[in-house]
Write a protein that binds this ligand. Structure first.
Ligand SMILES: [Zn+2]
Ligand SMILES: [Zn+2]
Length: 321
C-alpha cells in the first residue's frame, strides 16, 4: 500500500519456510524499489486498528511461523530529520474508517451511538520536524488523495458552487467524511477527558495548524455518504506485479499455477455463467431438422429465483493436457 493512493501492488516472492523475514524484506525492497526502512508490516485483521506486525518487525522470525494472510506492507514516509535523538517520533498518523449508527432509542450517553469500523486503515505522512506548518487542510487533502480510488464519483457537480471552490471555510463540505481526533482504539476522543463522553473532536479543512495528538485519526462517514460514495469492493483490488506470475511458475508442481491473478467476485461468476457461448467443434449442436451438427450460440439465464439460493465454491480446476 503506497502513500500516493494508487492501487496497491501485489508482489510475488518465492519463500522457503526456513528462511527468516529478513529475506521477505530484502526481496520486497528490490521489487518495490523502496528502502527497507520505508516498508512497514501491519496487522490488518481488525479495521479498528493498524498495529505493527511484531513477528515481521523481528528480523529473525522464520517464515514458517507467519500467517501470511494477516498482514499488509505499507509504504512509510521517510523522516527528513537527521537528528537521531528524535527517532522515537513516528513520522506518520494512522487513520481508521468508521461510521456511526443511531439507534432509535438510547439509554445512556455511552450507548447513544454505535461505532462501526470498516475498511482498511491508511497511513498519513506527518513529520514533526518539518519546517513548514502542517495545516488541517493538507491533512484532509492527503486523506482524500489516498481514498480517491475508493470513492464513487460525485456526478452531481451542480452543488459545488464557485463559492465553495474559492472559500476555504466551505471546503470541508466537499469531502464525504469528517476527520476526528481519536484514541488508538478509535472509539474515544484523544483530546477531551473521558467524562465528556466525546467520541472524537472533529476538525475542518482549514489553514489552521494541525493538532497532533498521541492517538489516531478517525475518518468518519455519515451513513448516506458511506452507502453512496464508498466503494468497499475496490479496497481489495490490487495491481498484479509480474513477479506474482514468475514466482508461481518457478515451481512446476505447484497446483496454484493456474490460480486467477485477481479477485473474482460472485457477480463475475454469475456474469460468466450467463454469457453467450459459441458451440463449435466438439460441442456442435445437433439440429433436428437437417440432422447435422451445426455451430450454434447458447445462453443460460436465471429466470426465477428460489427463496434461498446456495452457491458452492468449486475448489478443483480442470486443466486440459
Ligand atoms: Zn472531544
Ligand atoms: Zn439444421
Amino acid at each position: 500500500v503506497r502513500l500516493d493512493g494508487l492501487k496497491p501492488i501485489r508482489y510475488g516472492i518465492k519463500l522457503d519456510g526456513e528462511l527468516t523475514v529478513d529475506h521477505i524484506k530484502k526481496q520486497l525492497s528490490i521489487l518495490s524499489s523502496l528502502s527497507i526502512e520505508q516498508i512497514g508490516f501491519f496487522d490488518v485483521t481488525h479495521p479498528s486498528s493498524l498495529r505493527r506486525h511484531t513477528l515481521m518487525d523481528y528480523n529473525q522470525t522464520k517464515i514458517k511461523q507467519l500467517n501470511v494472510r494477516d498482514f499488509v506492507a505499507y509504504e512509510l514516509p521517510l523522516t527528513k530529520s537527521t537528528d537521531n535523538n528524535n527517532s522515537s517520533s513516528i513520522p506518520f498518523i494512522i487513520a481508521i474508517h468508521r461510521r456511526l449508527e443511531h439507534p432509535d432509542r438510547y439509554l445512556s450517553p455511552l450507548t447513544r451511538q454505535k461505532i462501526l469500523f470498516f475498511g482498511q486503515p491508511i497511513i498519513i505522512a506527518y513529520d514533526e520536524n518539518e519546517s513548514t506548518k502542517i495545516t488541517n487542510k493538507s491533512i484532509y487533502e492527503n486523506v482524500s488523495k489516498q481514498l480517491e480510488r475508493l470513492l464513487r464519483k460525485n456526478t452531481d457537480l451542480s452543488y459545488v458552487s464557485n463559492h465553495a471552490l474559492d472559500c476555504d471555510d466551505s471546503l470541508g463540505e466537499r469531502y464525504p467524511f469528517i476527520l476526528k481526533h481519536v484514541t488508538e482504539e478509535g472509539k474515544k476522543c484523544s483530546i477531551c477527558p473521558w467524562n465528556r463522553f466525546c467520541t472524537g473532536c472533529s476538525f475542518e479543512s482549514n489553514t489552521n495548524e494541525f493538532l497532533r495528538t498521541r492517538g489516531n485519526l478517525a475518518i468518519e462517514w455519515e451513513s448516506s455518504a458511506y452507502y453512496l460514495r464508498y466503494l468497499s469492493g475496490r479496497e481489495q483490488d490490487v495491481e498484479i506485479h509480474p513477479s506474482v506470475k514468475s514466482s508461481r511458475t518457478l515451481n512446476k508442481n505447484d497446483a496454484n499455477t493456474d490460480e486467477p491473478s485477481s479477485i473474482i467476485t460472485l457477480e463475475d461468476c454469475l456474469q460468466s455463467f450467463t454469457n453467450w457461448e459459441n458451440l463449435e467443434n466438439k460441442e456442435m449442436f445437433n439440429c433436428k431438422r437437417c440432422k447435422k451438427l451445426q455451430p450454434a450460440d447458447k445462453k443460460l439465464d436465471i429466470w426465477k429465483l428460489p427463496p434461498c439460493l446456495k452457491f458452492s465454491d468449486k475448489v478443483l480446476h480442470v486443466v486440459e493436457k
